[in-house]
Design a binder for this molecule. Structure first.
Ligand SMILES: C[S@@+](CC[C@H](N)C(=O)[O-])C[C@H]1O[C@@H](n2cnc3c(N)ncnc32)[C@H](O)[C@@H]1O
Length: 229
């Protein structure tokens, strides 16, 4: 990132998404649907395997960090058990309304929490998901550590994000936009290298999404031996 980047601390994130909440579904929702659909499809494919292995009585536990207004929630298979967390009360309120209006019984809990300091036990979830969160979170490395920690060995971490281009005019534009990161609520020049190389996460799939390839889906397998211990 550039030296001109505006800091997005926790309060800046809360303020940004208090502003976004009213427009998020109508403005950001359609542009980012492609990534949510791909991530939810990846989770649902894992859920089908989970049912094959464990039978239908034991739902696959999924933690979605930065769940926002809950746009993804209706798409998850009913054989999953979803816990969502977010820093923003305003966004969580929208997610709670969606769950109650649409009677989404597979959503077990929605809680206000920092994805970089989760209160869940180690290995508690079969799968963890972060859609468009890594370039928003004040400390993405801490978020990645936490995603790896709460996912059981052999489970998956699914990430969708926009990553900065390696070069060219788009990168130039992304760097210019960094100056207003706190206002828009995300870091446009967020580099893909910042989510690679976690010792406990093995990249098993990476796929650019949509015609413009603005977003990328990444799937990581939680290693069965703890490289950090
Ligand atoms: C761009 S929105 C994405 C929302 C949702 N995942 C979606 O696909 O529509 C980013 C969300 O991440 C949340 N967020 C950012 N940093 C966070 C953190 N450290 N812990 C929890 N939530 C965070 C924001 O409050 C916001 O709701």
């Amino acid at each position: 990132m550039t030296g001109n980047s505006q800091a997005l601390d926790e309060n800046a994130v809360r303020r940004a998404y208090a502003r976004w909440a009213r427009f998020y579904d109508a403005v950001v929702g359609p542009v980012t649907d492609v990534g949510r659909a791909a991530a939810v499809a990846a989770v649902n494919a894992l859920a089908r395997k989970h049912v094959d292995t464990h039978g239908g009585d034991e739902p696959m536990s999924v933690l979605e960090v930065g769940v926002g207004s809950g746009l993804s929630l209706p798409g998850y298979a009913r054989t999953t058990r979803i816990t969502g967390i977010d820093l923003s009360t305003d966004m969580l309120d929208l997610a709670r309304c969606r769950v109650s209006e649409r009677a989404l019984g597979h959503v077990a809990a929605l809680e206000e929490m920092d994805a970089g300091a989760l209160t869940f036990d180690t290995g508690r979830f079969d799968c963890a998901v972060a859609m468009y969160v890594m370039s928003v979170a004040p400390n993405p490395e801490a978020v990645l550590d936490e995603l790896a920690r709460i996912t059981r060995p052999g489970g998956e971490v699914v990430i969708v994000n926009h990553f900065a281009k390696a070069d060219g005019w788009v990168l130039w534009f992304e760097r210019k936009l960094e100056r207003v990161a706190a206002l828009i609520g995300w870091h446009p020049a967020f580099g893909r290298e910042r989510v690679l190389n976690h010792p406990d996460l093995e990249l098993v799939m990476e796929k650019p999404l949509g015609l413009l390839r603005i977003f990328t889906l990444m799937r990581f397998r939680r290693r069965t031996t703890d490289a950090t211990s």
